[in-house]
Design a protein around this ligand. Structure first.
Ligand SMILES: Cc1ncc(COP(=O)(O)O)c(C=O)c1O
Length: 413
């Protein structure tokens, strides 16, 4: 690994993780790394109880129905969770309302349902500041609208959507409300009951401070989801078909118990540090980043004039430089890691008119970034912008190409 790498790619995955998370994962796997719920010996029961306790802990964390913690489902990541819910909720002829802010983990399964199962989809535009208007959700509702799926926090422009208002519209019309919390779980508190959210989809490896390879769904009591896979559950093995009861209805095979342990330790870390406090610190750093970038001639920022209802994710470009090149220069010359391109959310870039110019440069500030790192980022961008300006002012000299063509060697007869 490069020494002293400045990591601003926390929207892709939060890194590093708290030491306590690494330690607990290691300890758990060494001392209780057996298959839970498949056998009756003490150790298997102990491992299983971590899983069961985490279901309740996360249900409380998301403000779900505490009397049905079995509806907290574990999957590989939020992409997997969103596939389970989109395929499990929609039937031919159903209409889904979603937005241009979505990640491909919503766009692609929805588009497959449209292409392959005769579903219909409406993609709502965000306004100039990067927000979805709840009134637009209301206007898009049709007779056959089954579900609204919204990305709570944009992984590209960082805006946080008004869940409570959108949830109220859904409730009024009896439509299910699914929220992708990949960017917000562990950063912005969510209360499903108060916000009328029916399903939360989450991923473990971002601000929940867990590992890669775990995510899941928190599903409220009133929601019925078809199971779309089948396999071993560890219980009632004689049944020829997959079990209907939760959590088995949506869980298949051996769970990622090291991931479960990581999420447990992540919850401990969040309890200790406070979700609001972590977010407030990240936003202080992001504000300084935006303030610094704003003063640089040639830098363009997107949807961050006001950092209210915003994550610490900042999208920018430098005039005249391809975003991919900016990323390489930040890495090679300044040891700074960012994410460039379309960020798996092409409709955001399409709406901003950035697809043909290869998207943007995303800085995503995390819990472990420092003020000095933010200053280094501002300095790095300022250097690249200065280089870009000088390049325009003083175009590179054209090296003359030799016009004489070398004569082929004559072979001696
Ligand atoms: C908003 C959003 N949804 C979904 C995902 C996919 O997450 P995962 O790769 O953990 O499934 C991401 C990842 O960046 C994201 O930002």
């Amino acid at each position: 690994m490069k020494q002293d790498l400045i990591y601003f790619d926390n929207a892709a995955t939060v890194w590093p993780k708290p030491e306590s998370v690494y330690r607990f994962m290691d300890h758990f796997y060494r001392t209780q790394g057996v298959n839970p719920g498949r056998s009756g010996y003490d150790l298997a029961i102990e491992a299983g109880s971590l899983l069961t306790n985490l279901r309740l802990r996360l249900t409380k964390f998301f403000g779900g129905d505490e009397d049905t913690p079995e509806r907290l489902i574990f999957s590989y990541n939020v992409t997997d969770a969103l596939n389970l819910i989109i395929l499990g909720l929609l039937s031919p002829g159903d209409h889904v309302i979603t937005t241009n802010l979505e990640h491909n983990s919503v766009i692609r399964p929805v588009n497959h349902m449209v292409r392959d199962y005769d579903c219909e989809a409406t993609y709502l535009r965000f306004n100039g500041a990067g927000f979805i208007d709840p009134d637009d959700v209301r206007k898009a509702i049709r007779r056959n609208t089954k579900v609204v799926i919204i990305n709570h926090g944009s992984n590209v422009i960082g805006t946080v959507q008004p869940l409570k208002q959108i949830g109220a519209v859904c409730k009024e019309h009896g439509i299910l409300f699914v929220v992708d919390t990949a960017q917000t779980a562990g950063i912005i508190p969510i209360h499903m009951k108060e916000m009328n959210v029916d399903v939360v989809a989450f991923t473990g490896h971002k601000a929940l401070m867990g590992s890669m390879g775990i995510g899941g769904l928190c599903i409220r009591k009133q929601v019925e989801v078809r199971q779309v896979r089948a396999g071993g559950t560890g219980v009632r093995s004689v049944e020829p078909y997959h079990l209907e009861e939760y959590p088995w209805r949506l869980e298949f095979g051996t769970p990622n118990m090291v991931g479960v342990a990581s999420l447990w330790a992540g919850q401990d870390w969040l309890d200790e540090n406070g979700v609001e406090r972590v977010h407030a610190r990240e936003m202080r750093l992001a504000s300084r980043l935006v303030e610094g970038l704003r003063t640089i001639n040639g830098v363009r920022l997107y949807c961050c004039d006001n950092l209210q209802n915003h994550l610490s994710t900042v999208l920018m470009n430098i005039a005249g430089v391809d975003p991919g090149d900016v990323g390489i220069m930040l890495d090679v010359d300044h040891n700074i890691a960012v994410r460039t391109g379309l960020h798996c959310a092409p409709l955001v870039h399409q709406q901003l008119g950035l697809v043909n110019s290869h998207g943007g440069v995303r800085f995503s500030v995390g819990a472990f970034n420092t003020e000095a790192e933010v200053e280094a980022a501002i300095h790095g961008v300022a250097e690249i912008a200065r280089w870009a300006r000088e390049r325009v002012a003083k175009p590179a000299q054209v090296v003359p190409i030799a016009t004489e063509v070398a004569q082929p060697l004559r072979m001696r007869a």
